[in-house]
Design a protein around this ligand. Structure first.
Ligand code: SF4
Length: 170
C-alpha cells in the first residue's frame, strides 16, 4: 500500500488484495530470502513454495476455505503482521511492475477497487520525478518484475529496464 495514494483506513476496510483464490499462484507476492527469514523467525508455521523464476511464495494451499479463498498466512484482523517488512510487491500494491524485455511498465492492478475509482493522472504524477524509476529498480532487485502484458491493468509509467534477467516467471 502506497500511503501517499491510499490511506491506511481505505486499505484496512478492504484487505481484498491479501486474500487469494486457490490456484492463483501468479498473484502471490514474491518473497525474498530476507522476508522468508523474518517469517520463519516470527511465524514458524508459515510454509513456503519455491517460485520457478527464483525466490519464494507463500504456500497457501492448506489455507483455502469452503469458497476456495486463501487469506495470506500473515494477514491479521489488524492488517499485515509483517508491517514495514512486508514483501516489496505488497508495499507498492496496487501498482505492479512488468517488462516486455525492452521496457519496464508500472501498471495499476484493477483488483484494487479503491484505487480504480481514483484519477489515474494523480498516480501518474506521483510516479514522475524519479519515483517510477526507483520503483522499477527495487522491483528488479527483489526479482519481482512480471512478464508484460499484465491482465486487468492500466499502464501508468514506461521506462527502460536493464534487469530482464530478474523477471518473475509466474
Ligand atoms: S504479506 Fe502482508 S501485505 Fe502481503 S499479501 Fe500477505 S498480509 Fe497482505
Amino acid at each position: 500500500m502506497i500511503k501517499e495514494l491510499l490511506s491506511p483506513g481505505e486499505c484496512a476496510r478492504c484487505r481484498e488484495c491479501c486474500v487469494f483464490e486457490a490456484g492463483e499462484a501468479f498473484a502471490l507476492p514474491v518473497i525474498t530470502d530476507r522476508v522468508r527469514d523474518i517469517c520463519r523467525r516470527e511465524f514458524p508455521l508459515v510454509r513456503f513454495a519455491e517460485r520457478p523464476g527464483g525466490g519464494y511464495m507463500f504456500d497457501i494451499r492448506s489455507y483455502a476455505d469452503e469458497n476456495g479463498l486463501c487469506p495470506c498466512p500473515v494477514l491479521t484482523p489488524k492488517g499485515c503482521a509483517l508491517g514495514d517488512d512486508k514483501p516489496f510487491e505488497c508495499s507498492i500494491f496496487p501498482l505492479r511492475v512488468c517488462s516486455d524485455g525492452d521496457y519496464a511498465y508500472i501498471v495499476l492492478d484493477s483488483a484494487c477497487h479503491v484505487m480504480e475509482s481514483k484519477d489515474t493522472n494523480v498516480i501518474k504524477e506521483y510516479l514522475r520525478g524519479g519515483k517510477g524509476e526507483r520503483i522499477v529498480k527495487e522491483a528488479a532487485e527483489t526479482g519481482c518484475i512480471r512478464p508484460f502484458p499484465c491482465d486487468r491493468s492500466i499502464i501508468l509509467y514506461k521506462g527502460k529496464t536493464e534487469h530482464e534477467n530478474n523477471q518473475a516467471r509466474l
